[in-house]
Design a protein around this ligand. Structure first.
Ligand code: MN3
Length: 207
């Protein structure tokens, strides 16, 4: 019997909250389909395989990530991949506000000087992440900071350089953009700013 079919479902692959083609033309349908149905599914299956039969069964993903330095690398990589992609699908939307508003905008202005400064700093963090990883907007206390992480690490992990609550993140693995943008990560990032779900980001900031 294949390992995949004998793995218990502990963490469930959530359906995308919109159709594969909903983020066109910024993020293409084929990329979304492979990203969710293959990459995210694999992280989820591999996480389940890694935690089943261990003390981690029954813990939330947030609990596992907060203590990740004590875990084997398969839990770190696949637990991060599971959490990060659930997060990523939710902070994107085909409609909604084009820019942050209200209290969130006030905190962005207080933390970075302006929305434009924030956008430039976030983009720079995503562009300068060498190889595969993520860029993040992270809540620390009542303020916001920007960071980036390698591989599938994230700010919830106890071993992250910058720890806090992620409120916005962008996947800069090549699988997130290569079909449409090839090596042009800057074009992908510019496109990403057209599909950010600022209402969801504001909700996550409120906590
Ligand atoms: Mn990915």
């Amino acid at each position: 019997m294949a390992t995949e079919t004998s793995t218990k479902t502990i963490f469930e692959l959530q359906a995308l909250p919109y159709a594969f083609d909903a983020l066109e033309p910024y993020i293409d349908a084929k990329t979304m389909e492979i990203h969710h149905d293959k990459h995210h599914a694999a992280y989820t299956n591999n996480l389940n395989a890694a935690v089943q039969g261990t003390v981690l069964e029954g813990r939330t993903i947030e609990e596992i990530l907060s203590n990740i330095s004590t875990q084997q690398v398969a839990v770190r990589n696949n637990g991060g991949g599971f959490y990060n992609h659930n997060f990523f699908w939710e902070i994107m939307t085909p409609g909604g506000a084009r820019q942050p508003e209200g209290d969130l905008l006030k905190v962005i202005n207080a933390s970075f000087g302006s929305y434009q400064n924030f956008k430039e700093a976030f983009t720079k963090a995503a562009l300068t992440r060498f190889g595969s990883g993520w860029a993040w907007l992270v809540k620390q206390g009542e303020g916001l900071v920007i960071s980036s992480t390698p591989n599938q690490d994230n700010p919830l992990m106890d071993l992250a350089d910058v720890k806090g609550t992620p409120v916005l993140g962008v996947d800069v693995w090549e699988h997130a953009y290569y079909l449409k943008y090839q090596n042009r990560r800057p074009d992908y990032l510019e496109a990403f700013f057209n599909v950010i779900n600022w209402d969801e980001v504001a909700q996550r900031f409120k906590g």
